[in-house]
Write a protein that binds this ligand. Structure first.
Ligand code: 5AD
Ligand code: SF4
Length: 469
């Protein structure tokens, strides 16, 4: 079936599911309530907006409190084991609620559902879950929802892969003024610790014209900032029938009238091109922030992780970025405790942290993921040793970020105002081009607009400023 036919079919299922929900709403004398709970990365957050868009069209009221909902759907993550444990924790709490209210429906989707052992557990231990699907058939959510609403048995539908990219289904955005947008799906890199290529499948890029069209529609609907999303945006477009590079795509997106800011996530250091750095340096819209996962600073560990760069080539890249775009923030991901990692390897990671001067770094303890090459290794490390090394890395990351934070004090920057400050309602919170947050006096009328701000003071990870009148 072509993508367009599939899209039409799903729209029909939305209408059919809407009929069922309308009847139930009438019987109940109120609208059915539904809650979408998201774990994991920005890609999952975007997928949840797609789920929410369909649920709204079908006639549900969307609410935040999962305990009040008639249908709770968990969009899961499995990158580290603690993400899985959280989902089982939520399901455990729901068990007693389902006993009291058999009408309560529970759905599970996302990366964790692509693991066969998880499906087995749900089939045997969590029979009260109504609907289970994975990452490859999320575009069939309307159809699956219809099946769930017209049946009392557990529906489990997991696919091994897909080559479909279905466009133009309803989306319910969390923010009116900014949006994530998928430019590609999946990952071909097979870093030896990572489960993503197994649960998200091979890399598939969307056609540039579809991406531009989606952004144009978002802009017409009030969006001023987009975040282009992919596991490895730097290899975008290589496998399209008419190949195009990520930097060429950025140039196309930059041309869109009314779009003010462009972000992207995530860059793989092995694929970040000179072209991209040049396009960023010249651009008026691309934000000055690159998330550049390091994972480890030890050449031996990097090789065993299958990262395909060295400590030296990584630092050269950082240097190139700093020279071409001096005010660019660089952030990173670091894993501590990869099998066989020694204190000496961690010294190398700390050396890179010192030299790269990250604005922020997300530090993770290595988590063994079944099916990945690293999980089969026999030299898994002792937990206490890993915790010690982790603390060493974390405290260095925090010190460096603190030293680096403050470099914008005394400058004038543009902030996109995102919300009223959570602690002081006479202040608003905005995001700067480099992804730092700034708090300054303001009111709700500013939300969604770009405001010039004089940066007065640095406080830990954020700034205090004053809007320019
Ligand atoms: N254990 C710990 N962290 C991991 N990540 C990916 N897989 C694992 C794992 N098995 C981290 C990487 C990646 C981020 C999204 O999650 O640092 O960049
Ligand atoms: Fe995982 Fe590596 Fe792909 Fe990132 S690039 S999703 S770490 S396999």
């Amino acid at each position: 079936m072509s993508n367009i036919e599939e899209q039409k079919k799903q729209l029909e299922y939305i209408a059919m599911a809407a009929d069922i929900v309308a009847k139930k709403n009438e019987e109940l004398g109120r609208k059915l309530k539904c809650s979408v709970v998201t774990f994991g990365c920005q890609m999952n957050a975007r997928d949840s907006e797609k789920l929410a868009g369909i649920l709204r069209q079908v006639g549900y009221d969307l609410i935040d409190e999962e305990t009040e909902a008639d249908f709770v759907i968990y969009n899961t993550c499995t990158v580290r084991d603690n993400a899985n444990q959280k989902v089982y924790g939520h399901l455990g709490l729901l068990k007693s609620r389902v006993k009291k209210n058999p009408e309560l429906k529970i759905g599970l989707c996302g990366c964790m559902m692509q693991e066969p052992s998880v499906i087995e557990t749900i089939r045997t231990k969590y029979k009260f879950v109504s609907l289970v699907f994975g990452t490859h058939n999320i575009y069939k959510f309307a159809e699956l929802l219809y099946r769930m609403l017209s049946s009392d048995s557990q529906i489990i539908d997991i696919w091994e892969d897909t080559d479909q990219i279905v466009e133009d289904l309803p989306v319910e955005r969390k923010y009116k003024f900014k949006s994530g947008i998928n430019i590609m799906f999946g990952c071909n890199n097979f870093c030896s610790y990572c489960i993503v290529p197994y649960v998200r499948g091979r890399e598939r890029s969307r056609e540039p014209k579809e991406i531009v069209r989606e952004i144009e529609n978002l802009v017409a609907d009030g969006v001023v900032e987009v975040m282009l999303l992919g596991q490895n945006v730097n290899s975008y477009g290589k496998n399209l029938d008419n190949p195009i590079s990520f930097s060429e795509l950025l140039k196309e997106v930059e041309k869109i009238d009314g779009l003010e800011r462009i972000r992207f996530m995530t860059s793989h250091p092995k694929d970040l091109s000179d072209d991209l750095i040049e396009v960023m340096a010249k651009s008026k819209k691309i934000c000055k922030h690159i998330h550049l996962p390091l994972q480890s600073g030890s050449n031996r560990v990097l090789q065993e992780m299958n990262r395909r760069y060295t400590k030296e080539s990584y630092l050269e890249l950082v240097d190139k970025i700093r020279k071409a775009i001096p005010d660019c923030a660089i952030t990173t991901d670091i894993i501590v405790g990869f099998p066989g990692e020694t204190a000496k390897d961690v010294d190398d990671t700390i050396d890179v942290i010192n030299k790269a001067q990250y604005d922020n770094a997300f530090t993770f303890i290595y988590s063994k993921r079944t099916g990945t090459p690293a999980a089969a290794r026999e030299d898994q490390l002792d937990e206490d040793f890993v915790k010690e090394q982790f603390d060493r890395v974390l405290s260095r990351v925090q010190e460096v970020a603190k030293e680096r934070n403050g470099y914008l004090v005394g400058t004038r920057q543009t902030a996109l105002v995102e919300e009223i400050n959570a602690h002081d309602d006479s202040m608003v919170t905005g995001r700067l081009s480099n992804n730092s947050m700034v708090h300054f006096p303001g009111d709700s009328s500013m939300i969604g607009s770009l405001v010039d701000v004089d940066i007065k003071e640095a406080k830990g990870f954020y700034y205090i400023g004053e809007s320019v009148k």
